[in-house]
Design a protein around this ligand. Structure first.
Ligand SMILES: [Zn+2]
Length: 243
């Protein structure tokens, strides 16, 4: 269970980064993860089952068949155009006022009621789900898993390495950007307005500013989210120019 709890940390970090962006590291284009140490599909699905069980113990899930069907229909449309169609993607609703979304290994996606309330259009929700489908399609959890285990074991041995942590943070940042553009592409291909995700993030950013959240965080949090939004807008204009 401790490992699962630690694993949840890694899974939720991209989510936290997604909205708050506290981790900054300059991405190094030269890094390359060794594909042979990634989890296999079967391993990832197995791990996903345990994480899903853990989440179901930690949170109350909302039982609303109609809403669940709507969300799962959106998820299936996005999965159909994704690069990992074989994963059994599902989308569950977590009873929480917070505005959040995250995914567990094996295609489990979780969205809070707060997020659903805050979203104004189906395109925005598709943008959020598309981002999570992209994380899974690009095997991000699987790629970070071994690195994360390495950090935990270093910490336990008292041999923490700043380089390992920095590399890990680099990957988190890099993966966020990758999930942004890939998710936007999936939304576009599935027939949703690809501006859904940047629109949502922009409104959420304004809410955070109004609530004074950035007074407590580093100024970089604001600039990181803005730069993600700009990056997505640029990518979307290149998509529409191609057509
Ligand atoms: Zn993310």
């Amino acid at each position: 269970m401790i490992l699962i709890r630690k694993l949840l940390f890694i899974i939720t970090i991209p989510v936290i980064v997604f909205f708050i962006q506290e981790l900054f590291a300059i991405a190094d284009d030269n890094w390359q993860l060794d594909g042979s140490i990634e989890l296999s599909d079967a391993e990832e699905i197995e791990l996903g089952k345990s994480v899903n069980e853990y989440i179901r113990h930690q949170f109350y899930l909302r039982n609303d068949p109609e809403l669940s069907k709507e969300l799962n229909d959106i998820t299936q449309r996005l999965t159909a155009v994704s690069d990992r169609k074989t994963l059994p993607f599902t989308c569950d609703i977590i009873q929480s006022y917070s505005i959040n979304a995250f995914s567990a290994p094996g295609g489990h996606i979780y969205i809070t009621e707060g997020l659903l309330k805050f979203a104004e259009t189906e395109d925005e929700i598709a943008g959020i789900i598309g981002h999570e489908v992209a994380h899974a399609s690009l095997r991000h959890v699987s790629k970070l898993y071994r690195e994360f285990i390495e950090i935990i074991s270093q910490r336990e041995k008292g041999t923490d390495s700043v380089a390992t942590l920095l590399l890990f943070n680099c990957h988190l940042e890099e993966f966020e950007q990758e999930a942004d553009t890939t998710g936007v592409l999936y939304s576009h291909k599935a027939g949703f307005n690809p501006n859904g995700l940047p629109d949502f993030l922009e409104r959420h950013l304004n809410l955070l500013i109004r609530n004074g959240v950035f007074g407590f965080l580093r100024f970089g949090s604001y600039t990181t989210i803005s730069s993600r939004i700009n990056h997505m807008r640029e990518y979307i204009s290149s998509l529409t120019i191609k057509e």
